[in-house]
Design a protein around this ligand. Structure first.
Ligand SMILES: *Cc1c(COP(=O)(O)O)cnc(C)c1O
Length: 388
């Protein structure tokens, strides 16, 4: 029997790895210095530790340490990238290209920029959640200043053809920003071959602490210039003022290092577990994979279940298994996921969709238990024939 409840919502957040916590603790205690204090050893130690973390993050994505700007998470990185480019490149144009399945941190920032005069093209997706590269290229105008397309989708795990997108952006001299929050640390992400100019990542999706992230800002070919969105003491080369979150940054650095070292083996382990879960549940008949089964993150399985009602399905097993559903129940009305809707799913089918996202602490026992619990729930509901 595995320990209950089982956590299969690692795309929402991950637990802090014990090694990461261990690395952070001294910076809450004796090493409490302000990294900007240049007059004493407290400051020097803090600054040195931040610079080590900067190297660790840079190494994970093949960047130069000077290209890493620490932020309070991927939401802030997304805001800084989009708003910073919009302001900085206003002389060239006001057109941005993004996609309907981006994270809300990108879509809501785009909506904000539209109020400020931005023109935005929202690319659609096919049933796998993939964009059409020809449509992307056709959308580029002389006034296009940014292409903002995520690396991998948080709901489905669908991986965009980032290298091809980067090549198109480069060919047309347009900056390419990728929200890689779900991809970094899970699959190889390298900013040079991928031709990414700006990249957002977050610590709490890679077994680091919440409230810290980074934005990669390319310094050569081309040198990307951003207008800061946070003004003050001039930290982070003036791009992000505010006293650095030293313990958080140290944690992000350690988390990045762990992911880099384990990336390949862990990817294989999770893919095997995910495939076992998926194959077993697909055997239930009238179950479909939401996402691109050939280009997908190894730890995610988003499945839609036919002939069951979404709510009953969840009630059946979520007491013991933490998953995400195909509906955002943040408001009174249960809205079906906009990502699944964009892929062509009906409301019914989107509501009856479940995202299983595995992680570093997922065990074989967890998966066996989940297969059994979900199978029983689906079979029960179908035999009651409550669904009309
Ligand atoms: C989680 C997530 C974010 C938000 O990151 P925070 O660090 O929580 O602000 C942004 N984009 C994607 C794709 C995510 O998965």
């Amino acid at each position: 029997m595995p320990q209950l409840p089982i956590y299969l919502d690692n795309n929402a957040t991950t637990p802090v790895d014990p090694g990461v916590l261990e690395a952070m603790l001294p910076y809450f205690r004796e090493q409490f210095g302000n990294a900007a204090s240049r007059q004493h050893a407290f400051g020097w130690t803090a600054n040195e530790s931040v610079e080590i973390a900067r190297e660790q993050v840079a190494k994970l994505i093949g960047a130069d340490p000077a290209e890493i700007i620490f932020t309070a998470g991927a939401t802030e990185s997304d805001n800084l990238a989009l708003k910073g480019v919009f302001e900085s490149y206003a002389g060239k144009g006001n057109h941005l290209i993004t996609c309907v399945t981006e994270h809300k941190a990108v879509l809501d920032t785009c909506a904000h920029l539209e109020k400020l005069g931005a023109e935005i093209t929202y690319l659609g997706v096919d049933h796998r959640g993939q964009i059409d590269l020809a449509a992307l290229e056709a959308a580029i105008r002389p006034t296009t200043i940014l292409i903002a397309l995520m690396y991998a989708n948080n709901e489905t795990g669908t991986i965009f053809p980032v290298q091809a997108i980067g090549a198109i952006a480069k060919k047309h001299g347009v900056i390419f920003f990728s929200d890689a929050t779900q991809a970094v640390g899970k699959i190889p992400v390298q900013v040079l071959p991928d031709e990414i100019d700006l990249l957002a990542l977050s610590a709490h999706k890679i077994y680091g602490p919440k409230g810290v992230g980074a934005l990669y800002v390319r310094r050569r070919n081309p040198r990307v210039k951003l207008i800061a969105q946070m003004d003050g003491g001039g930290q982070e080369r003036g791009m992000r003022s505010g006293t650095l979150n030293v313990p958080g940054i140290v944690g992000l650095g350690k988390a990045a290092d762990c992911c880099r070292l384990e990336l390949e083996a862990e990817g294989q382990r999770l893919r095997k577990l995910r495939d076992r879960l998926e194959q077993s549940l697909l055997a239930l008949d009238d179950v479909m994979v939401n996402g691109d089964t050939s280009d997908r993150l190894p730890q995610v399985s988003n499945l839609s279940f036919g002939q069951v009602e979404g709510k009953s399905l969840l009630l059946g097993f979520t007491k013991n298994i933490a998953v995400a559903a195909g509906s955002a129940c943040t408001s009174a009305s249960l809205a079906p996921s906009y990502v699944l809707k964009a892929m062509g799913l009906s409301d019914e089918r989107a509501h009856a969709s479940i995202r299983f996202s595995l992680g570093r602490f997922t065990t074989e026992e967890d998966i066996d238990y989940t297969i059994q619990a979900v199978t029983e729930t689906v079979n029960n509901l179908r035999s009651l024939n409550l669904f009309v």
